[in-house]
Design a binder for this molecule. Structure first.
Ligand code: MD3
Ligand code: FE
Length: 218
């Protein structure tokens, strides 16, 4: 056991801001007040569009299963990465972006200086101990002038915050339950990833971490 428990770290930071770049910030604990409304809406989404492992264009099964809500959903298969209106597994449109999801994304963007952000896509990633997301850029969106809002729930993760080039040294930034990160402008195309998740337990999510990534994709 750590000297300072995860619970203490999460609550010690709540209400503070961690600046990662000129236009990238982590709003610590910002989502905590929204969780009671997000949670039931998330259960509805995953009953309609369950988490699934997609395949990269190179044919590798992704270790992090995902789903989406919103009018566009991020999709990957051997034909490439793209946004689609329909869930490729069911053929139906992705579940609608629930009002509390939209509220959280708009409020966090405004707090970070991006007033008027209206996402049309929310990618939902599920991490279990040992899973990771290797360094990449988010560049499947039409217009990079919109920010991205990322919400962390459950067990902590070490976020890898790289530079404009793949080889640039990455900073390691811990993300806790309720943290919301907002990235835009000059920081929008920074390389980033998630280090392998360590085994720990969260009261609401058990050993899992769930991340919402809100984007304007279309
Ligand atoms: C920094 N997801 O799905 S979100 C992804 O925790 C993704 O699931 C991670 O990266 C996760 O593409 C990290 C944080 C994030 C999202 C977009 C960014 C960081 C970013 C865009 C530019 C710079
Ligand atoms: Fe990403």
């Amino acid at each position: 056991m750590n000297t300072i428990s995860l619970f203490d770290q999460e609550n010690f930071l709540a209400g503070t801001e961690t600046r990662l770049g000129s236009q990238a910030v982590v709003l610590r604990g910002f989502a905590q007040a929204y969780v009671a409304d997000l949670w039931p809406a998330l259960q509805t989404i995953i009953s309609e569009a369950p988490f699934r492992h997609m395949v990269t264009p190179g044919g590798q099964r992704m270790s992090v299963p995902l789903t989406n809500c919103g009018s566009l959903g991020w999709t990957s298969d051997t034909r490439g990465y793209r946004y689609t209106s329909n869930d490729p597994d069911s053929g139906r449109p992705w579940p609608t972006l629930p009002a509390p999801f939209m509220r959280l994304a708009c409020d966090a963007a405004a707090q970070a200086g991006f007033a008027g952000f209206t996402p049309d896509a929310c990618l939902i990633n599920r991490y279990r101990p040992g899973t990771r997301l290797s360094l990449h850029q988010d560049k499947n969106e039409r217009d990079f002038s919109f920010p991205i809002v990322s919400v962390s729930l459950g067990v902590p993760a070490v976020f890898l915050w790289g530079g404009q080039r793949r080889g640039d040294r990455a900073e390691r930034v811990p993300l806790f339950h309720g943290d919301v990160a907002v990235w835009g402008g000059a920081d929008r195309l920074r390389f980033h990833g998630v280090a392998p998740i360590k085994e720990s337990t969260h009261p609401l999510l058990g050993t899992e971490r769930i991340n919402f990534t809100f984007r304007r994709a279309g």
